[in-house]
Design a protein. Structure first.
Length: 259
């Protein structure tokens, strides 16, 4: 969860600070809650999980915001989780939900990974939808949650040097013995522009750009063109001073692509 915390906030707030940590409602069994999450994943839908317990205030307001987000998204569902029921104990433990103030909402990406969480007090529809990661961002989060570093390779069709950049990333992955994942991003894909902005990659770049993110969720390097595979692996193993996708510390400067 620490890796997710470091990445998400900005990828939420690669992700406020990349921080993790949701109506009194009828009891919901863990089977039905997990079943709804699995169903959402199978159908490629985002799941907004509203976590609460009997007596919690602000539930109706939170539910209204979530329903609005579901409607506007077109590919999302709302899932309720009562943290007070014994049947939900496993989920509460897994996502560390016993301590936070409630209600809160957790955002699960379309691929099933948890992508963010926030108190519902003062939450807006736009703010909630802003926590939903892009498709490639969700791949990035999944790789980090599996304990791997990530090479985010951004390019577009016909861009000079793309093949060489791909080969460099593949060689680096081989050298890292399975501890590196590669996430390809199309610079021309409008839906991925939020991720490109978080990673400070210009969509009009004249060269492919590879951004290195360590397994801790820190952005530790950026390279224009075909990078030296050894340099990619070295960057992934580097410990940065708080610079991570969307979650860098105040005053920290994320690296510009190396020439």
């Amino acid at each position: 969860m620490d890796k997710l915390r470091s990445l998400l906030p900005g990828l939420n707030g690669i992700l406020g600070p990349f921080c993790m940590m949701m109506l009194a409602i009828p009891s919901v069994s863990v089977a039905s809650t997990e079943g709804m999450l699995e169903k959402a994943k199978a159908s490629g839908k985002v799941a907004f999980v509203l976590v609460t317990e009997p007596g919690a205030s602000g539930v109706k307001e939170a539910e209204s915001v979530i329903r609005d987000a579901v409607k506007k998204s077109g590919k999302a569902v709302m899932v309720r989780l009562d943290r007070s029921t014994p049947e939900n104990a496993a989920l509460v433990s897994r996502y560390r939900l016993s301590g936070p103030q409630i209600p809160i909402v957790l955002v699960f990406a379309a691929n099933g990974v948890i992508a963010g969480g926030a108190l519902t007090e003062g939450m807006t529809t736009e703010g909630l939808m802003g926590m939903v990661p892009t498709g490639r961002e969700a791949e990035l989060i999944a790789a980090l949650q599996s304990g791997r570093g990530v090479l985010v390779l951004a390019s577009r069709n016909g861009l000079a040097g793309e093949d060489a950049a791909v080969k460099s990333c593949e060689k680096a992955r081989e050298m890292a013995n399975g501890k590196l994942a590669i996430v390809r991003v199309d610079m021309a894909d409008e839906s991925e522009q939020p991720l490109l902005r978080k990673l400070r990659i210009g969509a009009d770049s004249e060269k492919p750009v590879t951004v290195v993110i360590s397994s801790r969720g820190q952005m530790t390097g950026a390279f224009a063109g075909a990078a030296d595979p050894a340099a990619l692996v070295q960057a992934c193993n580097k410990v940065a001073g708080g610079c991570c996708p969307g979650g860098k510390k105040s005053g920290a400067a994320c690296p510009a692509p190396a020439k």
